[in-house]
Design a binder for this molecule. Sequence first.
Ligand SMILES: [Zn+2]
Length: 196
Amino acid sequence: MKGLSPLLKSFLYIIGGDVAIEVGIELINSENEDITDEDITENIKERIVQEEREVDFEPDDTDILKLNTVRKTLYKLYSEKLAQFRRIRDKSTGWFIYYWWHEFDMLEEILMEKKKTIENKLRERLEFEENNYFFSCQNCKDTKIKYNFDEAFELNFRCPDCGEPLIADDNKDLIHFLKEKIVSIENANVFKDFNN
Ligand SMILES: [Zn+2]
C-alpha cells in the first residue's frame, strides 16, 4: 500500500479534510488502472472496517461514507488540478461511469502558483498603502494639510508652517508588516519543511 507524502497529505486535508486524504490514498494506489468513484468509496469503507478505525465521515447518516461525499471530494481535487477524470456511458444503463486518476505530480507547480498569488496580493496592498502614505504636522492639526512621501521628503519632514516634524500616518505599521510578510514568503520554501 502506497502512502502520501506529508506535504501532499497536508494539502489534501486543506482541500477536503480527512475524506480527501482517504481519496488520495485510493488514487495513488490505483495509478496503473483508472478507478471509478464507486470503487474508491467501497475501498475506503473496506479499509476503515479492516483497520477497525472509528471514523465519522457522515455524522447524519448510518453509512460510514457516502458515494456522494466521495464525488464531491473528487471534484474538489479536480478543481485544484490534482485529479482528472474521463466518463464513459454505460450502454446497458445509460448512466455515465466516471474513471479517475491523480495528477499529484502537479503539486509543486500548484503550490508555487498559490505562493505567487499571495505574494502579488500583498504587493498590491503594499503599493496602495505606500501611495496613500501621508504625513502631517501634529502642531498644525487644524489645517489638516497632508503631504505624501515625496512632498514630505522635499520638506525634509519638517512642517513648512511651524517647523515641527511631520509625522507619518497610522499605516506605517501596516506597511512594515506587509514588507516583512512579502520577504518571508519570498524566502519560504514550502517543500523543504515537508520533504526533508
Ligand atoms: Zn506645523
